[in-house]
Design a protein. Structure first.
Length: 277
């Protein structure tokens, strides 16, 4: 391949990369533009790529249109508590599968992997019946408590990461008199930081963006999360597009900041979690 052909190939790759990037960014750009348009400008044709007079007050108007302060408090409570529970429970179960040899371990791990294939839609009705029997409907408990029992995918991910940690560290800690829990808490947990950041990021995104769970388990408006509040802008006969777009932008900011902050750890853990099977 000549030098000219190599440069041409590089240029073609950059053009393709920029094109795909613009395709992914365009929905976010259009949502932002819709959020700062005046309502009459939403109906113009052809559509304007930038409003004549940006309506920056639309964000405050959208926030004040509903009790989003209450919704934010509920969403933060669900997200924080479920993430803490997910990190502790999944890491403990993963540590047990990776470091303990007991009868039926492989069978239980296969059952765990099989549970990953069961969609949430299948367990939705049994979960509702169970939570209704416990008296948890219209509370935040159905959105928080299940995370304290681990998730199959996260357990699998953390187990793979722990398998890459040398057992010699465990043996050295035992010789120094460390208990099993101390080995988990003081040795493995710090070493699992990249994988824990990845699991925490996934759990935060899942809890923050969850719509179906709150829709099923919550009835009282005072218990609504941000996603349910966002859906209230769409009624049977009308949709407040400006407010809907403005709140969508606001709701996207925390996950975006979280992902950009944790990106380095996510890349490290994604490379390390599949070293050993």
């Amino acid at each position: 391949m000549t030098e000219g052909q190599s440069r041409l190939g590089t240029v073609a790759k950059w053009i393709a990369l920029c094109t795909v990037t613009l395709l992914f960014l365009f929905p976010f750009y259009w949502t932002f533009v819709t959020a700062i348009k005046a309502k009459p400008e939403l109906l113009t044709w052809p559509p304007t790529w930038w409003p004549a007079v940006p309506q920056w007050g639309n964000f405050a108007d959208a926030w004040n249109a509903q009790p989003f302060g209450t919704y934010l408090k509920n969403s933060l409570l669900v997200t924080v508590l479920s993430t803490v529970g997910q990190l502790l429970s999944s890491s403990l179960v993963a540590f047990g599968f990776a470091r303990f040899d007991f009868r039926g371990r492989n069978f239980l791990f296969m059952v765990l992997l099989g549970a990953m294939m069961v969609p949430w839609d299948v367990t939705m009705i049994p979960l509702y019946m169970e939570f209704n029997w416990l008296g948890w409907i219209n509370t935040l408990k159905p959105l928080i408590v299940p995370a304290w029992f681990g998730a199959p995918f996260f357990i699998f991910l953390l187990r793979q990461f722990i398998m890459s940690i040398p057992r010699e560290l465990d043996e050295a800690a035992k010789m120094d008199g460390a208990s099993v829990f101390q080995i988990y808490w003081k040795i493995h947990l710090p070493l699992m930081l990249p994988a824990l950041v990845l699991v925490g990021t996934f759990q935060v995104l899942a809890a923050w963006n969850d719509y179906l769970g709150p829709l099923i388990f919550l009835n009282d408006e005072s218990m609504y999360t941000l996603t349910l509040g966002l859906a209230r802008f769409k009624t049977l006969h009308d949709t407040n597009l400006t407010a809907l777009a403005a709140m969508t932008i606001i709701l996207c900011l925390p996950p975006l900041v979280l992902f950009l902050t944790a990106q380095r750890y996510i890349m490290d853990s994604s490379l390390s979690s599949g070293i050993k099977g």
